[in-house]
Design a protein around this ligand. Structure first.
Ligand code: FES
Length: 296
C-alpha cells in the first residue's frame, strides 16, 4: 500500500484510543439532542450525511483566509488583506461548531475501528479550532496561527475523506444490491412458496445474489433489500414495528428504521433509503422485483 494509505490507515489500529472512543460515544448519547435535531445532524431530511457538506464552510473560509494572508505578505501594500482574512477565520471558527456536532452524532453509529480514525480526525480539527481562536486574541502572530489552523484542518479533512472512502463511514452500503438481483431487477422472479415463509417473522431470502429481508403476514408478503444502507447490518435480524406509513423494519445495529413499502428512512442514523422490493403472491408462490431506492 502507498505511504499515504498506510499513514491514514494507522489510526484505525490504535487500540489505546478505545477507552476514549467509548467515552466519546457515551457522552454523545447523553448530551446530543434526539428527535428532529438528531435527524438534522445526521442529514436524514436531506437524504445525505450533513457533516461533510457542513465541513465545506470552515474548510472553504479558512483556505480563503490562508490565501489572503499569503497575498498580504507577498503583495506590496497588501497588509490590508489581513483584516478580511481575520473575518474569514472567524466564520471558519463559528461554523466549525455545528459541523463538529454533526460529526459527533454520526460518530455514535460507527464501528470501533472507524471511531478510532474519527477521534484522530476530530483531534486535528480541535487543533485547527484552537489555532483560529488564538488568532482572534493576538495581533502579531495571527496570520501564522490562522495558517497553522488551516493546515491542521486540511490534514484532518483528508483523514475524514479516508474514513468515508476507504472505511465507508457515511457511505451507502446498499447501493449495489439492485445490481446483484439479476433478472429480478427487470421483472418479477419466484423466490419460493408462500407456505415456506415463517408467518409474522422476518426472514432472509435471495433474488439473484441480492439478499432480501422478507416479512410474511398471513397471505400478505413485504420485502426490502436486506443490507442496511447505514453500515451493512442484515435487516432480517432486526425488529418489525408499525409506523404511520405501514410496517417498518428496525435495524439491529444502530436502530435505523425503514418503511417496508418504499424503503424510506424514518429513524436512526441512516440517510440513504433502502432499495425497495415489489412483491406479488400468485398461486401460492412469492414473486419479487428489486426496484431500487425511492426517488426523493
Ligand atoms: S447498520 Fe447502522 S443502522 Fe443499520
Amino acid at each position: 500500500m502507498s505511504l499515504i494509505g498506510t499513514l491514514f490507515d494507522a489510526p484505525s489500529r490504535l487500540t489505546a484510543l478505545d477507552p476514549v472512543a467509548a467515552r466519546a460515544g457515551a457522552l454523545a448519547d447523553r448530551l446530543l439532542p434526539g428527535g428532529r435535531v438528531r435527524a438534522l445532524l445526521h442529514g436524514r431530511p436531506f437524504g445525505h450525511p450533513a457533516h461533510p457538506a457542513m465541513a465545506m464552510l470552515p474548510v472553504g473560509t479558512s483556505i480563503s483566509a490562508l490565501l489572503l494572508d499569503a497575498a498580504a505578505s507577498a503583495l506590496p501594500g497588501g497588509r490590508g488583506l489581513h483584516a478580511p482574512a481575520r473575518g474569514l477565520a472567524a466564520v471558519a471558527l463559528a461554523s466549525a461548531v455545528p459541523t463538529a456536532l454533526a460529526g459527533w452524532a454520526d460518530y455514535t453509529g460507527l464501528h470501533r475501528d472507524q471511531q478510532r480514525t474519527a477521534l484522530v480526525h476530530a483531534t486535528g480539527n480541535a487543533v485547527a479550532v484552537t489555532c483560529w481562536a488564538a488568532s482572534m486574541l493576538t495581533g502579531r502572530r495571527a496570520a501564522l496561527l490562522r495558517t497553522a489552523g488551516t493546515l491542521a484542518a486540511g490534514a484532518a479533512g483528508a483523514l475524514g475523506g479516508h474514513l468515508s472512502y476507504r472505511w465507508a463511514a457515511g457511505a451507502n452500503h446498499a447501493e449495489h444490491l439492485p445490481h446483484l438481483a439479476g433478472a429480478a431487477q427487470r421483472e418479477h422472479v419466484d423466490i419460493g412458496a408462500l407456505e415456506d415463509l415463517p408467518d409474522g417473522e422476518l426472514t432472509r431470502r435471495h433474488a439473484g445474489d441480492a439478499p432480501l429481508c422478507v416479512l410474511r403476514r398471513g397471505s400478505s408478503v413485504r420485502a426490502l433489500t436486506d443490507t442496511c444502507t447505514h453500515l451493512g447490518a442484515g435487516l432480517h435480524g432486526g425488529e418489525v414495528r408499525e409506523g404511520p406509513g405501514g410496517p417498518e423494519v428496525v435495524c439491529p445495529w444502530h436502530g435505523s428504521a425503514f418503511r417496508f413499502d418504499d424503503g424510506r428512512v424514518v429513524d436512526g442514523p441512516a440517510t440513504a433509503p433502502q432499495p425497495a422490493v415489489d412483491v406479488r403472491v400468485a398461486d401460492g408462490r412469492v414473486l419479487v422485483r428489486v426496484d431500487g431506492p425511492p426517488q426523493s
